[in-house]
Design a protein. Structure first.
Length: 152
Protein backbone atom coordinates (compact mmCIF):
# COMPACT_ATOMS: atom_id res chain seq x y z
CA UNK A 1 0.00 0.00 0.00
CA UNK A 2 1.32 3.44 -0.93
CA UNK A 3 1.95 5.88 1.92
CA UNK A 4 -0.74 8.46 2.62
CA UNK A 5 -0.32 12.24 2.57
CA UNK A 6 -1.82 13.93 5.65
CA UNK A 7 -3.94 17.04 5.01
CA UNK A 8 -2.28 18.72 8.02
CA UNK A 9 1.52 18.76 8.36
CA UNK A 10 1.10 18.89 12.16
CA UNK A 11 -1.00 15.69 12.20
CA UNK A 12 1.16 13.88 14.78
CA UNK A 13 0.83 16.66 17.37
CA UNK A 14 -2.96 16.78 16.78
CA UNK A 15 -3.26 13.00 17.22
CA UNK A 16 -1.15 12.95 20.38
CA UNK A 17 -2.99 15.92 21.95
CA UNK A 18 -6.38 14.38 21.16
CA UNK A 19 -5.31 11.01 22.55
CA UNK A 20 -4.20 12.73 25.77
CA UNK A 21 -7.75 14.15 26.14
CA UNK A 22 -9.43 10.78 25.60
CA UNK A 23 -10.21 9.86 29.20
CA UNK A 24 -11.04 6.21 28.50
CA UNK A 25 -7.46 5.62 27.33
CA UNK A 26 -6.10 7.08 30.58
CA UNK A 27 -8.58 5.01 32.59
CA UNK A 28 -7.43 1.83 30.85
CA UNK A 29 -3.75 2.78 31.09
CA UNK A 30 -3.26 2.76 27.30
CA UNK A 31 -0.46 4.70 25.65
CA UNK A 32 0.06 5.93 22.15
CA UNK A 33 2.93 4.29 20.30
CA UNK A 34 3.87 4.97 16.70
CA UNK A 35 1.95 7.64 14.78
CA UNK A 36 2.35 7.88 10.99
CA UNK A 37 0.04 9.13 8.24
CA UNK A 38 -2.80 6.59 8.14
CA UNK A 39 -1.30 4.35 10.85
CA UNK A 40 -1.47 4.48 14.65
CA UNK A 41 -0.41 2.07 17.38
CA UNK A 42 -1.90 1.86 20.89
CA UNK A 43 -0.29 -0.18 23.69
CA UNK A 44 -1.99 -1.51 26.82
CA UNK A 45 -0.28 -3.35 29.68
CA UNK A 46 -2.27 -6.02 31.51
CA UNK A 47 -3.96 -5.29 34.82
CA UNK A 48 -6.41 -7.64 36.56
CA UNK A 49 -9.03 -4.86 36.41
CA UNK A 50 -9.06 -5.21 32.61
CA UNK A 51 -9.76 -8.95 32.61
CA UNK A 52 -12.76 -11.18 32.21
CA UNK A 53 -13.57 -14.25 34.33
CA UNK A 54 -10.70 -16.38 32.93
CA UNK A 55 -8.09 -13.69 33.50
CA UNK A 56 -7.74 -12.73 29.82
CA UNK A 57 -8.09 -9.15 28.61
CA UNK A 58 -11.83 -8.48 28.29
CA UNK A 59 -13.14 -8.33 24.71
CA UNK A 60 -14.59 -4.88 25.44
CA UNK A 61 -11.12 -3.61 26.37
CA UNK A 62 -9.68 -5.13 23.21
CA UNK A 63 -12.42 -3.49 21.11
CA UNK A 64 -11.93 -0.14 22.83
CA UNK A 65 -8.25 0.21 22.01
CA UNK A 66 -8.83 -1.16 18.49
CA UNK A 67 -11.57 1.42 17.88
CA UNK A 68 -9.27 4.24 18.99
CA UNK A 69 -6.30 2.96 16.95
CA UNK A 70 -8.42 2.98 13.78
CA UNK A 71 -10.02 6.30 14.64
CA UNK A 72 -6.67 7.99 15.11
CA UNK A 73 -5.29 6.39 11.94
CA UNK A 74 -8.15 8.06 10.03
CA UNK A 75 -7.81 11.30 12.02
CA UNK A 76 -4.11 11.51 11.09
CA UNK A 77 -5.13 12.16 7.47
CA UNK A 78 -7.80 14.80 8.20
CA UNK A 79 -7.41 18.57 7.95
CA UNK A 80 -6.77 20.53 11.16
CA UNK A 81 -10.38 21.78 11.37
CA UNK A 82 -11.94 18.29 11.25
CA UNK A 83 -12.72 15.68 13.88
CA UNK A 84 -13.63 12.00 13.73
CA UNK A 85 -16.45 9.71 14.88
CA UNK A 86 -16.88 5.97 14.56
CA UNK A 87 -19.78 5.00 12.27
CA UNK A 88 -19.48 1.24 12.68
CA UNK A 89 -17.08 -1.62 13.29
CA UNK A 90 -17.01 -5.37 13.26
CA UNK A 91 -14.57 -7.26 15.43
CA UNK A 92 -13.45 -10.86 15.15
CA UNK A 93 -11.80 -12.31 18.24
CA UNK A 94 -9.20 -14.74 16.91
CA UNK A 95 -7.72 -16.07 20.16
CA UNK A 96 -7.95 -15.39 23.89
CA UNK A 97 -6.13 -12.18 24.77
CA UNK A 98 -3.98 -13.99 27.32
CA UNK A 99 -0.81 -12.05 27.98
CA UNK A 100 1.05 -9.13 29.50
CA UNK A 101 0.25 -6.51 26.86
CA UNK A 102 -2.07 -5.69 23.97
CA UNK A 103 -0.95 -3.80 20.88
CA UNK A 104 -3.57 -2.39 18.52
CA UNK A 105 -2.36 -1.33 15.09
CA UNK A 106 -4.82 0.79 13.13
CA UNK A 107 -4.32 1.33 9.41
CA UNK A 108 -6.37 3.26 6.89
CA UNK A 109 -7.51 0.95 4.12
CA UNK A 110 -9.49 3.50 2.07
CA UNK A 111 -9.52 7.22 2.85
CA UNK A 112 -12.49 9.24 1.72
CA UNK A 113 -13.88 12.78 1.83
CA UNK A 114 -16.52 11.81 4.40
CA UNK A 115 -16.03 8.11 5.23
CA UNK A 116 -12.73 6.35 5.86
CA UNK A 117 -12.38 2.57 6.17
CA UNK A 118 -9.74 1.19 8.53
CA UNK A 119 -8.27 -2.23 9.32
CA UNK A 120 -7.11 -2.84 12.86
CA UNK A 121 -5.09 -5.77 14.13
CA UNK A 122 -4.75 -6.46 17.84
CA UNK A 123 -1.86 -8.55 19.13
CA UNK A 124 -1.32 -10.02 22.59
CA UNK A 125 2.21 -10.38 23.94
CA UNK A 126 3.11 -13.14 26.37
CA UNK A 127 6.61 -14.19 27.46
CA UNK A 128 8.17 -12.00 24.75
CA UNK A 129 6.10 -13.52 21.91
CA UNK A 130 3.30 -11.73 20.09
CA UNK A 131 0.30 -13.32 18.38
CA UNK A 132 -2.84 -11.89 16.78
CA UNK A 133 -5.91 -12.00 19.02
CA UNK A 134 -8.41 -9.78 17.16
CA UNK A 135 -9.09 -8.06 13.87
CA UNK A 136 -11.48 -5.20 13.33
CA UNK A 137 -12.92 -3.53 10.23
CA UNK A 138 -14.14 -0.01 10.89
CA UNK A 139 -15.79 2.95 9.16
CA UNK A 140 -14.98 6.45 10.41
CA UNK A 141 -16.79 9.70 9.61
CA UNK A 142 -14.97 12.99 9.10
CA UNK A 143 -16.67 16.01 10.68
CA UNK A 144 -15.47 19.10 8.80
CA UNK A 145 -15.51 22.47 10.57
CA UNK A 146 -15.60 20.74 13.99
CA UNK A 147 -12.01 20.63 15.25
CA UNK A 148 -11.23 18.11 17.94
CA UNK A 149 -11.16 20.20 21.10
CA UNK A 150 -11.85 19.63 24.77
CA UNK A 151 -15.44 20.16 25.91
CA UNK A 152 -16.36 23.19 27.99
Amino acid sequence: MAPFEPADADYETRVRESFARQRIMATLGATLGRVAPGEVEILLPYRPELSQQHGFFHAGVTATIADSAGGYAAYSLYPADASVLTVEFKINLLAPADGERLRALGRVRKPGRTLTVCDIEVFVEKAGREKPCATLLQTMMRLDGRPDRPAG
